[in-house]
Ligand binder design. Structure first.
Ligand SMILES: Cc1ncc2c(c1O)COC2=O
Ligand SMILES: [Zn+2]
Ligand SMILES: [Zn+2]
Ligand SMILES: [Zn+2]
Length: 268
């Protein structure tokens, strides 16, 4: 049986002030950080976790995050690098619905989509301080309608081809591919554990920990719905790291990302 392969799809970079990345800790000042999605090429199918950000959306709504993204760093461009097209993806899972994780969902109208059961209603009726995070609503006709932003929808997007199946708690997407429920950053946030035949597991924190500094010091990002749950989620991930001797990858860590395998280089 061929082993699972994990590809990190480089999605370009954004800028935030350090106090948004390390809440209450900083240091302040502009920090340019990576955005990536995760392709799990498994014997049972190709699973895409998140789809990065849409450049035009960020330029229009969050220009202060100074997006930098080449064609090859769009989801279609990153898949093309691997000889794949959006139609080759079997399942799209969103770790949560922040704009830097759903920007490429529109390329997958015919793909099964999954999210946590609470994430959809939250995006449809979010807290005032979550409006920027949940600002790219093109991933869901239902959410765009609920938020009065149907102008964000592309022609051809319907309630049907933007619908999601809901999950809760920890979920095995496929043998050795487990979604770990890590609320706090958002109500329905997930991290990802991938176990292999021939190497140690990968534990991808996604936005449960933007950087190693967040993770090692229980520091939430400035964007969160529940900071206590956020700390508990980081502590749970550290327990899983220890129990599984996992290699931990962070979602938005400029220093660590330099060492990560991207492009055609894979884990597995
Ligand atoms: C990268 C980034 N920028 C802004 C926001 C978030 C981000 O992850 C989450 O909520 C926000 O307002
Ligand atoms: Zn195998
Ligand atoms: Zn986020
Ligand atoms: Zn993010």
């Amino acid at each position: 049986m061929p082993d699972t392969k994990v590809y990190l799809l480089d999605g370009g970079t954004l800028v935030l002030d350090g106090f948004h990345i390390w809440w209450n800790k900083g240091p302040g000042g502009e920090v340019r950080f990576p955005v990536y999605s995760v392709l799990v090429d498994h014997p049972q199918g190709k699973f895409l976790i998140d789809t990065g950000y849409d450049y035009d959306h960020v330029q229009k709504v969050l220009p202060f995050e100074k997006p930098q993204q080449t064609e090859q760093q769009t989801i279609p461009g990153a898949l093309k690098l691997l000889g794949l097209e959006p139609k080759d993806i079997d399942v799209l899972f969103n770790s949560h619905f922040h704009f830097d994780h759903v920007g490429g969902n529109k390329f997958f109208p015919d793909v099964k989509k999954i999210c946590h059961k609470d994430e959809m209603p939250q995006a449809a009726n979010c807290q005032s301080f979550e409006v920027l995070g949940y600002s790219d609503l093109a991933f869901s006709t239902e959410v765009a309608e609920a938020r009065g932003m149907t102008d964000q929808l592309d022609a051809g997007q319907t309630a049907g081809n933007t619908s999601f199946e809901f999950v809760e708690g920890d979920v095995e997407l496929a043998p050795g591919v487990t979604l770990i429920y890590t609320p706090g950053h958002t109500v329905g946030h997930y991290s990802l554990l991938v176990e292999f035949d021939t190497r140690r597991p990968l534990l991808l924190t996604l936005d449960a920990a933007y950087t190693r500094k967040n993770y090692e010091n229980d520091i939430n990002a400035g964007f969160h719905i529940d900071p206590v749950a956020g700390v508990e989620s980081m502590r749970r991930l550290k327990k899983i790291e220890e129990d599984k001797n996992a290699e931990v990858l962070f979602s938005h860590d400029p220093e660590s990302f330099k060492e990560y395998r991207t492009g055609v280089n894979f884990y597995g």
